[in-house]
Design a protein around this ligand. Sequence first.
Ligand SMILES: Nc1ncnc2c1ncn2[C@@H]1O[C@H](COP(=O)(O)OP(=O)(O)OP(=O)(O)O)[C@@H](O)[C@H]1O
Length: 306
Amino acid sequence: MNPTLSELEAKARRPAAAFGGDAHIVCDNLVRIYKTEGVEVVALQGLDLVIDKGELVAIVGASGSGKSTLLNVLSGLDVPTAGVARVAGMDLLSMSAKDRLRYRRSVVGFIWQQTARNLLPYLTARENVELPMRLAGTPRKGRALELLELLGVASCAGRRTPEMSGGEQQRVAIAVALANSPQLILADEPTGELDSETSEQVFDALRKANRELGVTVTIVTHDPLVSEQVDRTVGIRDGRTSSETLRREGAEGQIIAEEYAVLDRVGRLQLPRDFMNALEMERRVRLELESDHIGVWPAREEPSND
Ligand SMILES: Nc1ncnc2c1ncn2[C@@H]1O[C@H](COP(=O)(O)OP(=O)(O)OP(=O)(O)O)[C@@H](O)[C@H]1O
């Protein structure tokens, strides 16, 4: 039934919901400009991203597209130049130094690509997991072993980093990141230095943290083993989210992956570069509205006057 005039008027009067609503991670028109020796680099150019609580998301993109910049902002290590970045209802742009420290200690856990960067080499695995709890003033007896067990590295509890493989070190690093029960885990190329079998174990540990502890997990990765196993892969191009691949299980248990272009709030979308190249599209395209889709064609050759 068509809405009545008064229903439409009421709808128009309702305040528009804020972008991303109460999602766990909301980036709205996020901009990060680096200035070095007078040269400006726009690493994030109005990036929009919404991630719900409990999601496991991979972020992919070419080198220099802005992935690490985004993770640094979300982890509270870096402050964006403009826009909105909100995690678990906390505004990352206006946060005080004290809140930022608390955020980094207790709300978010971080895993670097370089295994050596995640752990202190002179502490055992168990002591490494206990450290963030001691720093936050909330030591919990048995918690470190519990986490090491959950991630399948309890046998490493008494070992220091040189006595562990790269994959074991990364799984211990995940336990360290989980120590203070964060709401969010961010991992920057966590399997980048590992062979495929070990990568699988590290990814399984992240998936376990997500499924069994309900932690939201965001992984920046070039590793197809990771990006093709998550429910949602977000592609970043030139400092903006440009594509999303959603995966779901089909009727026969097969995984169906569907790729979408991201449409921002003002209607901008990035056409895949290979599509544009194939049809030699540049500068402008012709759009046509059909009943159930919009057609995009290369611009017609204008007849020349000479
Ligand atoms: N501290 C910095 N100072 C100046 N420019 C920077 C800084 N950090 C990043 N950039 C620039 O910002 C852009 C995005 O970099 P970023 O590291 O976020 O990309 P990335 O997608 O993570 O790349 P990679 O996959 O190679 O790690 C690049 O052009 C980079 O040179």
